[in-house]
Structures are given as C-alpha cells and as structure tokens.
Design a protein around this ligand. Sequence first.
Ligand code: ARG
Length: 612
Amino acid sequence: IGSVEDVQAMLNELGITDPLPAYEAASVTTNPIDIFRSYIAEEMHKITGVSRDIVYPALEWTQQMEKGDLIMAVPRLRVKGDPKGLAADWVAKFPENQYILPPEADNQFIKFFFNPKTLARLTIPSILSKATKYGANYTGAGKRALIEFSSVNIAKPFHAGHLRSTIIGAFLSNLYEYCGWEVIKMNYLGDWGKQFGLLAVEYEEGGSEEKLNEDPIQHLFELYVQANNKAKAEEEKIKAGETLEGESMNDKARAYFKKMEDSEPNALALWKRFRDLSIVKCEKVYARLNIKFDIYSGESQVGADTMAKASQIMEEKGISENSEGAKIVDFVKHGYKKLGKAIIQKKDGTTLYLTRDIGAAMERYETYKFDTMIYVVSSQQDLHLQQLFTILKLMGQDFVSKCVHINFGLVAGMKTRSGEVVFLDSILDEVGEAMHEVMKKNEEKYKQVENPEEVADTIGKSAIMIQDMTGKRINNYPFDIKRMTSFEGDTGPYLQYAHARLCSILRKANIPMPLIHTADLSLITEPQAIMLLRTLAQFPDVISNTLKTNEPTTIVNYLFKMTQILSSSYEVVKVVGSEEAVARARMALFESARTVLSNAMKLLGLTPVERM
Ligand code: ARG
C-alpha cells in the first residue's frame, strides 16, 4: 500500500467507490486511521459547514477504547448553539456508510467507531506488507537531526544519568530515523578539564602501562579515585593548618591542564592515549546495547579559535564582563533572573564546561546545519543548558531555536552487589545473571531454549530499558532488579514473553506465509479480536504522537495496553485447532500483532526474542 491509488483500489474492493477526499494533514498510505479521518472529516464538513482545516484536527484519538476510535469535542468546531443539541443533531444527519458504525452522541462529544470489517481490510494487509516499516512515516524527510547522548566522562564513573541518557538517546535516534530524519548520533565525551590534569599527574606518579592497556576504563577510574583521595587529604591538612611538602595535587593538576590547553605535545599525547583507549572500550559496551555512534566528539575537540570568536562576540555585545580577572555572564542584568551568574573564562585564561559547550554548539551548526539538535542530558543540568541556550540567543546565534534539551530525572540505588561504583558493563552483566536465575525457575521452558545465557542477557537488557522508559522521563525511579526482571506486571521480560508467545503460535500453526497474507479477513469477528485490531491500527498515530512528546513512555504504555488485550484474546481467538480459513484469518491478526510489537520493541532499543 505504497500509493493513494493503492488505498483507493482497496476501498473499491470493499465496494466503496466514492473517491477518498484528500486532506493535506492525512497520510493515508502510512496510517490507516487517516483514511477514516479523511472520510469522517469530509462528512462532518458537509453536515456542519465548518471548514475542513478545523474539522480534521478536531478528530482526536482516544485513550480508552470505550470512547471510540476517534472522538470529536463539539465545541472545537466553534458553532453557535448548545453543544449537546448539536451533537445529537449532527449524529442524526450522518449518512449510512461502510467506514464507520453509526456515530454516537455523548454529551458534547461525538464518538466514532470504525466498521471492523473495513478496518481489518485496511489495516492488516497494510501491516503485513509494510512489515518492519509499519508505523513509520516520512515527516522528517530531507531533515537532519543531531542527537547528542550518553556523553560519558572519560576516567570518571559512568552513572545512572549516563545510563538514562544512553537509553533515551538511542530511542530518540531510532524514532527520528523511523520518521524519515537523517540522524547523526554524537557522543560528546567529557574528556577535558582540570580533572584530566589530576588524572595525568596520578598516572605519571603511580599508573601502570599494563593495566591501562588491559582495561583502560577500570584503570583510569582507579587513578581517578586515588588522585581525588590524595587531593582531599591535602585539603584536610591545609584546613588543619598544616603545610604541605611540595606542590599540592590540585596545583599540579591545574598546571598540567594548562599545558593541555596550551597544546603542549607531551601533555596531549598522554591525554590522547587515555581518550583513544577509552573509546575502544566504550564502543564495545555500546555494541551490547545495539548502539553505534556516528561521532565521538568531546569537550577536547572544541576549537580554541571558535571559543575565542565566541568570547569576542560576547564582549562586543556586552553579554560578558570582567570580574576579578575572570570573565562572567551576569544573566540577571540581561533580564534572566533565574539564571544567576556563570563564569566563562577563568583567571588563568582556561575555559570551562559552559565555554566549551558554547563553542561546540556553534561548530556543530557550522558543520552539520542541523534542523534540530537534541541534547539528552539529566535534569540536574537544566540550569546549565538554559544558560547555554540563553547565551547563544543573546549572541544572535539563530540556530538556538533548533536546540532542544531532553531531560530526565534520577535513578536511585543503581549499585552492583559488591556496592562498588558501577560501570555499564557490570550493570548489564548483573541484570543478565538475575534474569538467567528467573528463567531457570521454569524448567520445562528453560530446557527448550537453545542459548539460555544469550537470551537471558537480551531479556536482561530489555528489563533495564523498559524500567527506564515506563514512566515519564522527568520522574525519578528506583533501580529495582527484582521488579524489572519479573515476568509479571509492566516489565521488559513481559513484553519479550508476549513476543515469544506470538512466535510460538506462528510456529505451531505452521501456516505458510502466503496463505496468511491472503486470508479472508471478514472471519475476524470476536470482540477480543476486534479490540486487538483497533489497537494495532493506532500504532502509526502513537508514533506521530511520540514525535511530539519525545517520551518513550508514549510507546511503552501503548505496548502494555496492546499486550494485555492480546493476552486476554488467546482464550477465545484460537488458531491451532480452528477451521482452516478461520485459523488463517486469526493468524493474520496475530502476525500483525507480532509485527507491531517487534517494530515498537526495536524502536525502544530492544531485541525481540523468539523463544525464552
Ligand atoms: N559529560 C557530561 C556529564 O557527564 C554530560 C555532557 C552533556 N552534554 C553537553 N553538551 N553538555 O555530566
């Protein structure tokens, strides 16, 4: 169903010969519901005389199936009169047709229920033929999105904030690609700053070449901890009035970082080794999550010239000012009371996190001319990003209107059993093992899984991801291994189970695909089957809506709703053991459900399993 002609041909087969009215906002080739929208809008336009561009968007999707497949709030049409009376009047005038059942007036609303036969014919073939593309749209065609996410710090612990940024960022990348955008995935490493000086100093004092090569992330982290402990001990001494022998760690670190900022070859060479080794290791870990970055950028990569240029603009425009030898921006003076003050250059001339972000943003626009740039960063950095965007705006960098901060709340209690600082790798391992234990409890099923460890690993990752994406992004949540690895409730394993079960029905029914594709869909009649069908038809709308909310939960919640309807249909809508023509039709429905589930899971970053 690639063209409008195909849709028209399908309608003809249903005996609908009137041409489908064309609406610009409708995407009838990618979204079956838009076919119904177009028809209903046209009839409502004829009945009410209200213009088409008001009627069409007034046809809204519903949260609950009892409210109809589409619902219209009469006041949205802005027609004079009592809305309740108008609803009754319009409903009475609605012509008999094959698209929908007679509409229902409910107070000031009109509920529209699709004719199940028509819906089945328009939806199931569309799902089966589009397969992995069902749900996708092309609204982003020709547009480019730069999505910055994960953005871990080299030599500092990977924390829950990075986990969330990684999961949500990967999801958004998939979503935008699915909707036709060209997506550039960028990891903006925390690979610069005084911390690096500290690390280098410690490495030179007590580092190990061998350990660095073996597991760079682990070793750099150890050095980071040692160096920070030393620095802390020194500070305590100073507080207690004691004098230090020799230079302090902090002074040495500052001096080292200054050498880096001045591009001194030796200082840079060591830093570059740390960076390169860390990236190699990071890539491996991201691969476990099916993530591949297009670009490993980082704070170190921001050009000094760009930052100098930014600094000049800020000075000329009176955005920045001198303060005791440093340069600062006093946002209050520019009318942004809540943003306080920010330093953009230290006394010794070195740059800061914010300074580098300003330069990075300018360079990214220069290089990629993106249509949108998304920063997936914890809400703990709300202020930082507001300051960044405000400075860019004050500087007259118009591209700032294309910049978006996608934020998220905290995760409590993300620790491994040993309680140590967590690395992404160890979290994945640990949840995978926990999953494996859960699977072993069902001996019968466990025996049938060929590669239980691999499956446990995959389901474990689903557990982590779904837990992360179940609530609204801004909500905090506790990292709860027991809860997330459960097969009951709204969990990743539950979704995987639903997928595996559909695969098993397909295997057991053993009906050749061509017969499924040509099944007589009018045999789908049970209320449970129709509920499922109506839910499957919503998927393209769910995707469009997710593009607006940028909330993974929009999809996750849809999936929980869909899989619940699915599981309550099995009792009644049997495939195996049913008469052949009926079995084929039902299999077409379940194969459609599997396709939707699989597409959605992949968008979320999960790998659907076939057995578990
Ligand atoms: N590396 C930073 C951190 O771990 C996050 C970077 C966010 N992105 C940005 N452009 N500032 O806190």
